[in-house]
Design a protein. Structure first.
Length: 129
């Protein structure tokens, strides 16, 4: 079975920091790469605090989804990576605002380190139909 596969790229989200795509569409699904809090306009981290970074991560994901003709409401699964699990409540609050209309399934894990010393990273899977 051949599944259509399409690379998603937008200048409205940060350029990848390695050899990967911002997202791949395979069939009816979009699989995003992890986004960290880089401001695509400057190429720099949006801020040092987890709240600012989380808001930027969500903006970046929205831009990637929009490039595929989708939105946060089509997200069916997210994974959040936190350097400090103590940040869970604050990240959860910001996340809840973004996904208030359609809460996807989610996993949250604590990691020892993220690229560019980010405090939070998030990836999504979205259903495009």
């Amino acid at each position: 079975m051949n599944v259509e596969r399409r690379i998603i790229h937008t200048k409205e989200a940060p350029e990848p920091v390695g050899p990967y795509s911002q997202a791949i569409v395979a069939g009816d699904y979009l699989f995003s790469a992890g986004q960290i809090g880089i401001d695509p306009a400057t190429g720099m981290m949006a801020g040092l605090d987890v709240a600012t970074q989380t808001r930027q991560v969500i903006k970046n994901l929205e831009a990637v989804l929009a490039a595929a003709g989708a939105s946060l409401q089509q997200v069916v699964k997210t994974t959040i990576y936190l350097v400090e699990l103590d940040d869970f409540a604050l990240v959860n609050e910001i996340y809840g605002e973004a996904f208030a209309k359609a809460s996807p399934a989610r996993s949250t894990v604590e990691v020892s380190r993220l690229p560019l010393s980010a405090r939070v990273e998030m990836d999504v899977v979205a259903l495009l139909r």
